[in-house]
Design a protein around this ligand. Structure first.
Ligand code: MLT
Length: 388
């Protein structure tokens, strides 16, 4: 039987092409074992019992109820880094758009298109749109994930003095970063030093509204603030006051909403960060590969609600994957089930993340529905899948 996949948003064809004839794209999400999604909100959706995986073709996962999915044993994936170059390029463009009134200049040309003497008029008008260069200015980057690191390196090559801060900086990202970047320990150091500040942190309960009056008050007068992460990271009434007072000279934000669209001294783009052919292709391919790895081998790579768990390809007769609560004695209860039937566990990988855990068993005989039933009967087991 084929594995049913539903796309809640259009997904780039080069990604869907990676689904071979073991898979079938279905129109009805309630039939699907795996869902591919971009920005459709899943918060109000009923999650069917046979849904096993959701892959977001993108980095942010605020459109997906992660906890609710974890409680149902639905593993949620994202595609970190796949669209990072697209976002980086727009951040560079945003810094330049904020430095001279390029948008105003383009508007002026449109408004004066009937003027036969427009070339001469432009030479007089242009001083209204002049500005500064980004080279030599200080850029502070809050969040040095895949996007933050690319922005840091690009800005460094453009001659900016770059400062970065990330309490969770990974070894990989640190190694990918130019040695010219100054790492600082606190956001305050970025606030007090930098002419431009760009934010690249995920939207979580703990980060919502983190850029507020208290933060703006610590920033340099006339700072340019760039937000290509999520609108609600910024406290919008406080941002409005900071723009009106001149504390923030320009706000560039990639998320239009009724408030951002009406802010003064603000450039708003319509969530274009990852809207490039390359980013869409990369995200779709990565999302589909992760779904395949999970459906076919039971392995979890780049999940945002379950632990990474990789048992490679199964070389024994059977494999069973169990999503369960991270509570004591689960492993002994599992092994009792196999022992009862005289089944040898040849390999086992068990990983946990917060309240949830995931275990893969490679066994000496074919996995059966009877074993699944016994495992499902254990208190704390959420979902059991026969992989082989
Ligand atoms: C992301 O979260 O990856 C970006 O905001 C782009 C997108 O949402 O598609």
């Amino acid at each position: 039987m084929s594995i049913k996949v539903n796309c809640l948003n259009p997904i780039a064809a080069c990604g869907l092409d990676l689904l071979d004839d073991k898979y079938e794209i279905v129109e009805d999400v309630n039939e699907a074992e795996a869902v591919l999604v971009r920005s459709a909100s899943m918060h109000e959706m009923e999650l069917s019992d046979h849904l096993a995986a959701v892959a977001r073709a993108g980095a942010g996962v605020n459109n997906i109820p992660l906890e609710k999915c974890a409680e149902k044993g639905i593993v949620v994936f994202n595609t970190p880094g796949a669209n990072a170059n697209g976002v980086k390029e727009l951040v560079v463009a945003a810094m330049i758009l904020a430095s001279r009134d390029i948008v105003g200049g383009i508007e002026w040309v449109k408004d004066n298109k009937e003027d036969g003497d427009i070339a001469k008029a432009a030479e007089k008008a242009k001083k209204a749109f002049a500005g500064t260069e980004i080279s030599g200015k200080k850029l502070g980057i809050i969040g040095l994930g895949a996007i933050g690191v690319l922005v840091a390196n690009a800005a460094n090559r453009l001659g900016m003095e770059v400062y970065g801060c990330d309490p969770y900086l990974s070894v990989d990202n640190a190694l990918n970063m130019s040695r010219d970047i100054t790492l600082v320990k606190t956001y305050e150091e970025i606030y007090s030093e930098c002419d431009f500040i760009t934010v690249h942190v995920p939207l979580l309960d703990s980060t919502k509204g983190m850029f507020n009056k208290e933060a703006f008050d610590k920033m340099k007068d006339g700072v340019v603030f760039l937000n290509f992460s999520r609108d609600t990271l910024v406290n919008e009434p406080d941002m409005k006051a900071a723009l009106e007072s001149g504390k923030v000279r320009k706000y560039v934000v990639d998320f239009p909403n009724p408030t951002t669209a009406a802010l003064p001294n603000t450039i708003v783009t319509p969530h274009l960060g990852a809207s490039t052919q390359e980013s869409e292709d990369n995200c779709a391919k990565m999302a589909v590969k992760q779904i395949r790895e999970f459906m076919e081998n039971g392995n979890i790579v780049n999940s945002v609600n379950y632990p990474t768990c990789d048992a490679g390809v199964c070389t024994t007769e059977g494999r069973i994957a169990v999503a369960h609560k991270n509570v004591h004695s689960m492993l002994s209860k599992f092994t009792n089930v196999f022992a009862k039937d005289g089944i040898n566990i040849e390999n086992m990988v068990n990983k946990s993340r917060g309240d949830f855990a995931y275990t893969i068993f490679d066994i000496c005989s074919e996995a059966t529905e009877a074993i699944v039933k016994d495992l499902e009967a254990i208190d704390g087991v959420i979902k059991v899948r026969i992989i082989k």
